[in-house]
Design a protein around this ligand. Sequence first.
Ligand code: NOJ
Length: 574
Amino acid sequence: MKLLILVLTLWVPTIYCQSDWWQTGQFYQIYPRSFKDSNGDGIGDLNGIREKLPHLKDIGITAAWLSPIYKSPMKDFGYDIADFKAIQPEYGTMADFEALLKRANELGIKLIMDLVPNHTSDLHEWFQKSVNRVKGYEDFYVWHDGYPDPKNSSNRLPPSNWLSTFRGSAWKWNTKRQQFYLHQYLAEQPDLNYRNPLVIEAMEDVLTFWLDKGVAGFRVDSVPTVFEVQADSKGKYPDEPKSGFTDDPENSAYLKHIYTQDQPETTELVYRTRAFLDEYQRKHGGDTRIILTEIYSPIDVIMQYYGNGTINGAHIPFNFNFITKVNKDSKAPDYAAIISLWMDNMPKQYTANWVIGNHDNRRVGSRYGPERIDAMNMLVMVLPGASVTYNGEEIGMLDVDISWNDTVDPAACNSNPQIYQQFTRDPARTPFQWDDSKNAGFSTANKTWLPIHPNYKQVNVKAEQAAARSHLKVYKDLVQLRKTSKTLQRGELKYKALNDNVLAVQRSLSGSNTILLLMNVSDKSQAVNVQQWSPTTPSSMKVRIASVQSKRNANETLKVSSIILDPYESLVLE
Ligand code: NOJ
């Protein structure tokens, strides 16, 4: 009998813990430059992140991904890497990184690095060697002679009409090598040539370096642009057709990127990287090392990055659809459509994920409106799979209005004072708001690298910890519920726009409590009858979590056949 009890106690948790660590994880993006400055230079750093790890622990983060911390001239704030194996001095040292990783792991938080495979900085040793045609490096980048200019014999024309994401031609003439090189981003970010196997090997060596340090995986930057179409037998690259989206020929949206993005070889490379990580785990043991991919592409293309049925690719191909397809004016059916878009296209064996913010997009409260901050956090935590939070969204930070003079983002600086607001990513990158002291507790410097939001006296971690209701408290309660509710980890999903303004999302699991999210996205009260939609939903449910607008208290019982939601009120019921 004793033996039977022992077997059962060991067996039950195994059934319960069916999913791997990342599948229901809370991922958190740290933008290192803006998280916490430990040495008073106005710029965040690694020791600052280490000091603030207890905050991540407190809000229940599973894994944090760090935007690039490698050595860089910072033309694109770290996405221009001069050495993949060194730390940017203003962020700290390798010893600081190791101390950060050790502390994070002690607290049960995994660290994920940002891998930028598409390009390096023009100051990277590989590029310098390639410019000088050093043996072995001649073809590390995409070089081309270009064509004679019939109008000016001392000038050469670029190989194709391809455009850089940051405006203007994607080709730049290099006087030393007397050839053009490709840069799908800044001219200071030359594209690596993935048709050269040596490049793939060099990048796998980078992976090994960080895996050996103990990181849990990689967020892979700009995946779609890694390969371009192969030049034809005469060495010619085809021009891309016009998209019709804009009349501005410098804007990268002017062209349809059929030759410079999402080439079949790119998907194959993601599968190869997955196999590389799986093999590393097989050899070295430990938890699964994962890949999160940054891809803003049509849904059928993104699904291929998951895998092809036999071979697996990215564990988490970021789902940016709430960012790109929902905004302040969206109605409940629009939200439902975004859920369907992912769930109906994702092969059943894969894991969903939901991203609502990052350093390249406007903040949640500025994009959907500050009234919908809790609703959005509730939505991504109640849906199945991994949730991804950009630092500051847990306290409802808002975009900062940044003048042209204070603008530092190259995407905006490459434009002009009239149109820079369309392109700038600075507003969502401002320093984290910790408390109501100088610089929101981010830094003791007289000037921080980007300005602090003027609302920091109200919107900060300390104030929100003390308040009776706050975005932070809603966020923490959501994570707690996700961690403890079997229904949220494994339950069936059902959702519907009950009318134009109310979205209902239900998770249910036999033998476990049903969880229901009701989200009023409008500024009007809404009466809803959940049972009309779902007769099997329990007739009365308790409030588990209520948005800051709500007047309801936790544990209040509601009859789901007649609930009146206040303007923007969102409730998680159990
Ligand atoms: C995507 C990154 O998220 C963005 O910040 C960067 O500018 C580009 N890739 C280029 O690396």
